[in-house]
Design a protein around this ligand. Sequence first.
Ligand SMILES: [Ca+2]
Ligand SMILES: [Ca+2]
Length: 232
Amino acid sequence: MKKLVAILLTAVMICSVFPAVFAEGEVPFQVENGGFETGDFTGWTLPEGWPVDESGNPLGLSSDTTYWAEEMPFNQAGNYHLDGWATTIPEPESWHITSSHFVLGGVGYITVRMGGRTAAVKVFKADGTQVGLFRNRHFKDSGFPSVKKGVGGSWADMATFIIDLRDYIGEELYLELWDEESPGSWAQAFFDEVVTLYDEIPDYKTKVDVVKDGNSTEMVEIPWQRVLNVYN
Ligand SMILES: [Ca+2]
Ligand SMILES: [Ca+2]
């Protein structure tokens, strides 16, 4: 009996650590390679003409956790993120990449880390109908080099944004990660950790990412935040 209980407990633990990532059909609940942890663009579609290195590999992924002499934090998750600078695409220009298709499961919320003034996430139905536009509203060019809330600003550091897609639960969707065209400085975008399946609504009021502050050894919090749909 004890053994049976132990087996059942183990099964429950495995299920909670590794939630089902495949829908009933072929299309999974989670976008492929949402955190770029393959170290390449597996699962993502790049536009024609995207810059490549001398071996023909697309540019744009970085494993740097900080930038500049002040060691500003990117708030990268894992070992890689998508880095606008690393694409080598000139700053005044716009770019985007397209995710694999997913079926929106769970509670209908997704999260994306984004930084840079012109970062945005667009959401589409499988037939190409756009249903969402969610812009980074974390960018703030003051208080350099601190990213501490209420004291510093936000530049290439990514915050985790919670996107409410409950209207589309059960539907097949895909995302585009955008560096939107815009005049002026900091027309850059940085992305990581696209998660499209949650079994519980992430509590954006309490969740934070913790990073080492710019030019400091102090650990500071980057709060998760809700981002509203501005597509119409
Ligand atoms: Ca990552
Ligand atoms: Ca740009």
